[in-house]
Design a protein around this ligand. Sequence first.
Ligand code: 5GP
Length: 118
Amino acid sequence: MTAAEAEPTVFERIAAREIPATIVAETPRVIAFHDIAPKAPVHVVVTTKTGAYRDVVELAAGDPGLLAELVEVARGVASDLADGEFRLVFNTGAGAGQTVFHVHAHVLAGGLEEASLG
Ligand code: 5GP
């Protein structure tokens, strides 16, 4: 089964407005929304609307410009919702905690010294 034939992931369904989410930023190719289970005062998921990249390694190899766009959206989210300083986390592989296999970054910001990131 190719990625295109696979069931859409929860993030693709959020981007398609099939599942509700609190969207905080969007470009034609990238979307950002609050994580449903926040682990920091600001915890936003930034993901791609196009392409079927499983993780950041595949995205960097396949479309580095889209990765740069994702990082720029993350920067903007951290500026809009916090003080502009942020942690950017790409869980890569199930053993590293990845549960949704559609590339995404976690933007963690706002009082990280008190946040549990486990
Ligand atoms: P991962 O573990 O793959 O790096 O990150 C997946 C993230 O997606 C988790 O932090 C989880 O809380 C979040 N998540 C899973 N399902 C949903 C959902 O339906 N809506 C939102 N907003 N976040 C979700």
